[in-house]
Design a protein. Structure first.
Length: 669
């Protein structure tokens, strides 16, 4: 004969108690596993369609899939008469009815509200329970079988709800245990296998005696095999670990609340919530996940603390019968509003500040060591530099960069490679600056021997710096040469003018930034104004100030050889009579300008026109005019191949001479 089951409850009360806070499949499974643990189960099996969609919202209506989630255990189970008295009594504090320990294994049970059994209603509308337990009858256990329907519970007008009786109710089974079948889902998706197992492992991942959890993937692609849940492994930086037995106890109103466990930094920055933060355990089950004890910003080591904090705290007193209940229903955090909660929060904040402060240097040193090892930086430095002082400076600089590096980025080979290249590139500059500061700091106190060593290192570092710059310039010229040789499409003249004006060393390797004085800009503007006044036409001599769509007539550059009037033609261009007339006109105008302004002539005594053009298409007479200008030193003509080859040669000769002088080997650069 079947039992008549009755639930006395209002769905509004259930909602307020927090059932809808279980809005994820993994949270629901965790709550059902927790109930199995309290029921002295030794094995829990979860059949779940991992990665599958459970329900959809279509045209405003929820449509469920045909999937089911099943959680079964071998705990003590329930008999029909216990269902009304225990299971269907919502809000019952079972610890008051049966004590705080389970009957067989004496496990400390948790929970006060008595709504964990209804957690599936956070994701579905139908919960089927099949449970067998109690004393044996003729060698078997009596079965209770009933179905809870969310919509029918809501429709119960007198707050009395009678669940549907299942066909197995009142029958007998050979073994004890409980099976919960969840179906008729809301708009939900089950996370993938790794996520579900991580979330369960976070809640139950500590080693438990006589208790194991298995998951079976029932999705379309699932293998249908049981997979045992293993402890959640979060590698930590041991040097940052604080064992709470060595830390000040948590005391409130002259009562010490025992806390066991540790906090530390993980080796990696994790994004998934299963691995981040501190697991607060009550009787070896997770009661809450504490992210940072609500600590405010603005403390030493804050970034690392928020990125790498992990830990475990055993706080059994959180679930004691007396005092405030600080455990939130969804177990995402604790309730900090009470006096006890605020005191615990302040204690935790103080702990995290200590962790952040003490671990700051340790984490940085660990990153520096990791970078040096991953990049094989010592070998690179020895290969790149022969001077001991620069080697030491390079290694110190590499350590500094490693200390500042992002810990996760050091797992990226490209990032490590780039950081190593940066170390080698900037080490000579760093050495140069350090030695100059050292010389300045010593002042009159420095002996000649000390100064001689400082100047020696300065010379070496300066040479390395210039050599590196020369090497990169050669590489840039190679790229430019490839573009010019292709001529498909041919480079735009204005682009080439802009390129030369910004990098005059492409034409004159001896040019350097110091020669680009501000007064030269005044000269250029004065010449443009003078030309406009005397020749009645505008003249543009710089790409910096040219309006969009307007190409400069030519460009002025100031170098160690004086003022250069650069007339640049695109590669392959044939210089014609009209080009010659315009060029000679500019040269004559420059002569006249200096004759009328002798003071400027004293400031800029040397000037010359430079024509960069690959071909000359002129009659013999006009060719003679070009030769005449060249013989007078007023014109220098170069093809693009000559310009780039001569500049490359200068820098390559510099690199070779420097390496030969320092006994370094060419490495194919």
């Amino acid at each position: 004969m079947s039992q008549i089951y009755e639930m006395s409850v209002s769905m509004a009360i259930i909602d307020k108690l927090g059932v809808h806070l279980y809005d994820k499949a993994s949270a629901v499974m965790a709550e059902l596993v927790s109930n199995a643990y309290d029921a002295d189960a030794t094995k829990v099996t979860i059949e779940i369609p991992l990665g599958e969609r459970l329900g959809w919202k279509i045209n405003g209506k929820i449509v469920s899939s045909e999937f089911k989630i099943e959680v079964r255990d071998d705990g003590h189970g329930m008999v029909p008469k216990d269902i009304n008295r225990l299971y269907l009594k919502i809000g019952r504090n079972r610890r008051e009815d049966k004590g705080t320990k389970s009957p067989k294994f004496k496990r400390q049970v948790t929970g006060r509200k008595g709504i964990g059994k209804l957690a599936p209603f956070g994701i579905c509308k139908r919960i089927e329970i099949i449970s067998s337990g109690g004393r044996k009858t003729k060698g078997k256990y009596k079965v209770a079988h009933f179905i809870l329907d969310y919509d029918k519970i809501q429709d119960a007008t007198d707050s009395k709800y009678h669940p549907e009786i299942g066909p197995l109710d009142g029958t007998f089974k050979d073994e004890r245990g409980t099976k919960v079948i969840v179906s008729d889902f809301m708009n939900q998706t089950v996370p993938d296998a790794d996520t579900v197992r991580r979330m369960l492992a976070r809640r139950f991942g500590l080693s438990q005696r006589n208790f194991s959890i298995y998951t079976i993937d029932t999705s379309q692609d699932g293998d249908g095999k049981p997979h045992e849940l293993t402890p959640l492994d979060i590698p930590i930086r041991e040097e940052t670990k604080i064992d709470l037995k060595d830390y000040e106890p948590f005391e409130f109103e002259e009562v010490i609340y025992p806390i066991r466990g540790w906090v530390a930094y993980s080796t990696h920055s994790y994004r998934d919530e299963a691995r981040t933060g501190i697991r607060v355990l009550v009787h070896d089950k997770m009661a809450a996940s504490v992210r940072d004890f609500n600590i405010r910003s603005g403390f030493t080591g804050e970034y690392n603390m928020r990125s790498y904090l992990v830990g475990v705290m055993h706080c059994d007193w959180l679930d004691s019968n007396d005092g405030d209940d600080l455990i939130q229903t969804h177990r995402h955090d604790l309730m900090w509003g009470s006096d006890l909660g605020k005191a615990f929060e302040e204690w935790g904040q103080k702990l995290l500040r200590k962790l952040a402060r003490d671990s700051s240097d340790q984490v940085k040193e660990s990153r520096a060591k990791s970078f040096i090892e991953k990049a094989k930086l010592k070998d690179r430095i020895e290969s790149a530099f022969s001077d001991k002082a620069i080697r030491k400076s390079a290694l110190d600089f590499g350590k500094a960069l490693g200390r500042m590096a992002d810990g996760d980025a050091l797992e990226d080979e490209i990032y490590v490679e780039d950081l190593a290249d940066l170390t080698i590139s900037l080490a000579p500059h760093k050495t140069l600056l350090d030695k100059l500061r050292e010389a300045e700091k010593l002042g009159d106190a420095a002996t000649l021997e000390v100064l001689a060593e400082i100047f020696r290192v300065i010379r070496v570092a300066d040479g390395y710096s210039l050599g590196q710059i020369a090497k990169y310039k050669v590489q840039i010229i190679d790229v430019l040469e490839n573009h010019i040789n292709k001529q498909d499409p041919p480079p735009n003249e204005k682009v080439l003018q802009s390129l030369i004006e910004r990098s005059p060393w492409l034409v004159y390797p001896t040019w350097h930034l110091v020669s680009a004085d501000k007064s030269f800009n005044n000269f250029r503007r004065n010449f443009e104004g003078w030309y406009r006044k005397n020749y009645k036409e505008d003249l543009v001599t710089s790409t910096f100030e040219a309006k969009e769509g307007i190409r400069p007539d030519f460009i002025f550059v100031h170098s160690s050889e004086g003022i250069l009037l650069l007339e640049i033609k695109k590669p392959g261009y044939q210089f014609q009579r009209s080009d010659l007339e315009r060029l000679t006109n500019y040269v004559d105008a420059l002569d006249n300008f200096f004759e009328e302004n002798p003071e400027l002539k004293k400031q800029y005594p040397r000037y010359q026109a430079v024509l960069v053009c690959d071909k000359i298409r002129l009659p013999r007479v006009e060719r003679g005019a070009i030769s005449d200008l060249e013989s007078k030193g007023k014109l220098k003509r170069r093809t693009w191949i000559e310009v780039l080859s001569e500049t490359q040669a200068v820098y390559r000769d510099f690199i070779s001479a420097w390496r030969a002088q320092e006994g370094l080997h060419e490495r194919g650069e």
